[in-house]
Design a protein around this ligand. Structure first.
Ligand code: SF4
Ligand code: SF4
Length: 174
């Protein structure tokens, strides 16, 4: 299991084209989702997200109306104040509202700790969205090649998935 973030970045970037091909391959084939799920759960159990926190440092955090309401209650301020003080627009999608960021990552990150852990947005609860999240597993796969460059769970899971997907290995070796 690789957890070193420098290695994850290097290996994840190297594997990116292959991981993109793997995602497309899954959309065309029947794949062993239950086996994938078990493997991903085993990998998640072995990685300590609170020691890593890399997603909080490098990724944007989408925020919904429901998240804003929960956060307002937790911080004892109004939803309008949450919007004004803690959110901004995504650099990639101008219409998307995200949590504000500092140079070190999410505005609510303190070292490796989330200072609003009990009221964190749904996307943080479900991250890295490998086995949990909106839409089907296949529909979430398009985001995984990028996530494999910074998230140890995703990198290790994709490597494990590729190993057991015989049809992909056959297609790659052709
Ligand atoms: S809200 Fe908490 S869990 Fe979510 S990105 Fe920010 S620091 Fe991380
Ligand atoms: S989800 Fe991935 S990047 Fe985020 S803390 Fe856990 S292992 Fe690290």
């Amino acid at each position: 299991m690789i957890t070193d973030l420098v290695q994850i970045k290097r290996l994840g970037e190297k594997a990116q084209p292959e991981n993109e091909r793997f995602g497309k391959h899954l959309r065309r084939q029947n794949f062993p989702e239950l086996r994938f799920r078990r493997m991903a759960e085993e990998i998640e159990e072995q990685i300590d997200c609170r020691a890593c926190a890399n997603c909080c440092k490098v990724a944007e955090t989408d925020i919904t109306k429901r998240d804003i309401e929960r956060l307002a209650k937790y911080l004892r301020i109004t939803p309008k104040q949450v919007l004004e003080q803690y959110t901004t627009s995504s650099v990639f999608e101008k219409n998307e509202t995200i949590l504000r960021r500092r140079e070190t990552g999410c505005i609510f990150l303190d070292g490796n700790d989330c200072t609003i852990y009990d009221a964190r947005p749904d996307t943080c609860r479900d991250f890295p969205h490998l086995m949990r999240g909106a839409g089907s597993f296949e529909s979430r796969m398009w985001q995984m090649p990028d996530r494999a460059t910074y998230c140890p769970i995703v990198y290790n899971a994709l490597e494990a998935f590729k190993k057991i997907t015989t049809s992909f290995k056959t297609a790659v070796l052709k």
